[in-house]
Design a protein around this ligand. Sequence first.
Ligand code: HEC
Length: 155
Amino acid sequence: MKRKIALFLAASIAALGLLQFTNPVRTNPPAARDLLTVAPPSPAIAAVLRAACYDCHSHETQWPWYSRVAPSSWLVVADVREGREHLNFSDWPSAPERAAKKFDRISEVLDYREMPPKKYTLLHPEAQISERQRQELLDWCEAEAQKARTPASTP
Ligand code: HEC
């Protein structure tokens, strides 16, 4: 019996070891057009975006240790890939109407308290946003969306 348990444990460890060859690549390509650079908000808002959103919605992901170990690496890398596909602060649209739509979508997820995801803030308590920060983000998004939709007046 003891021998069987030892064999089972050894096989499990070997399997976990083999799984490590399946770790997906973690990329942080250079930012193409970063929102915080091209249209910087107040430092307070920039700090909230960096703390609560940038890990999944930018090219400045701070990869945690469990993103290097299968099987959790699959989940983290897939989340970041999907997050960047939907909204990427490092590749912010230059067309005003497209930017306005992004701001609308951010307002929406903040309204419904969908972002940052709960599973994320459980592991990253520093990414939790207070009611006040949420309201500040919302006000900023609404103002920016409106600004983007107002044709620039020529002086
Ligand atoms: C743990 C990773 C993660 C974090 C952190 C995160 N998001 Fe997301 N976000 C996602 C993923 C994955 C999706 C796409 C799937 C979905 O909608 O749930 C998404 C979708 C979105 C969308 C929808 C985009 C669209 O139009 O389809 C918006 C807007 C958004 N996030 C904003 C934010 C904001 C703002 C923050 C910070 C307050 C944030 N997210 C934090 C992972 C994340």
